[in-house]
Design a protein around this ligand. Sequence first.
Ligand code: FES
Length: 508
Amino acid sequence: MNVGDERSISYWMETAPAIDAPPLPSNASCDVIVIGSGIAGLSTAYELSRFGRSVIVIDRGAVGRGMTARTTAHLSTELDDFYSELIRVRGEDEARLFHDSQVAAVNRVETICRDEGIDADFARVDGFLFPAEEKHRADLEEEYRACRSLGIDVEWDDCAPIPGLDTGRALRFPDQGRFHPTRYLAGLARAIEASGGRLHGDTAYISHRETGEGVEIMTESGPVIRAGAAVFATNSPVNDRVAIHSKQVPSRTYAIAGRVAKGSVPDALVWDTHEAYHYVRLQPLDDTEDLLIVGGEDHRSGELNDMGERFGRLEQWTRERYPDFGSTQYRWSGQVMEPIDFMPFSGRNHGSSNIYVHTGDSGMGITNGVAGSLTILPLIIGEDSRYAPLFDPGRKAASIPAATEFVKGQAGAVRNFSEYLRPGDVKSADDLAPGEGAVVREGMRKIAACKSEDGTIVRRSAVCTHLGCLVHWNSFEKCWDCPCHGSQFAPDGEVLNGPAVTALGSAD
Ligand code: FES
């Protein structure tokens, strides 16, 4: 199982072929084992297989149905946290190099689509950033100056292309992109297999061991994989207990999609300046209609359970600005790992010789995932990696603002541990409505209890098996979310997302 087994089905999940990837049947060996089959994992496996490396990709659930299938797949080179902020924490040179990595990522996706004949609706479009409030205009001015100082191609437009709103002046970034992420992953999977690579779904990592020659990966069902190197690309890394998790926090984000008449909404990326910013794109459907996809309403994972209100606000925001938006046909959510200094962690795992990791994508999961593959590939094949110093997983906070973000992020974990002393969310599991879950206090213990539609109550320990925070019920996805580092569990306690690798414990 993975997050593809949560309740909501994204447009991407419904409209791409399932990738055929049977469980790993027996022990295996290869040059590089990749754990995780999203954009970062499959892009890395693809690049390595092109260089003649034998690769095996494993995923705890269906291949290509992890967090990448829960994004909205913007291919934007504008940093969602703003280059003005990145310059503040990392300086101009690193900000410029980061932008270069994002441009390289979009170019790489375009090239791979063309070279491999992947029909993933890739298109170059403009991106528009507009102020959500009058007082944000100064932020846009500052971002414009920051981008120009880095040499980024940006211009002022009179207005962002939103049919129902005069946004006033907006920043326009040419040559951004959009594509269909799961069709792209299916194309990568085909290319990897054509080069001799192997893909195995329903093959969960449980532990690893670095040896003199490389890495051994132990899987839940028994087979062991011996490889020269291992790449962990699992949204929230499963190979590391603490270090990297102290530098990022998990955030849930939400998306809706509905039909609009073709031509009624310009084909562009659009986003605003709310702290939990709204982001908009089109996906072509047929000759008469497009799908309008709108995301936003982010919050720290596991800390709030008001998804009905969040989707309501997202729909209202959309209808006010896109009057042609029809009924909402899709609703889904995903998880974003927010790093301490706005940039992903990609490269050799701190303290390891042959283990590599990619995480911390912020709201730029697709471009950062591809940039990660371009960072890790040269490290493994023994060439210079241009972006490796920038994305070093072992890096520390470089400035006071970044350190302050870090402290704020970790406050959630501290808060969570204080919940051990509080009463449960409900008095008794009997009080639950069918299909709902809640944490119940039983003596000194906290129990994750949920009631299935037929009234059966499932009870598991509410203690996350990663580092012991208490999980919280997610009534939209019908799963347990851990607010500390992003683990997610099915109603029966099975792991859906790391860093936890073992199911919630027994309640008895
Ligand atoms: Fe780390 Fe739950 S994800 S304690």
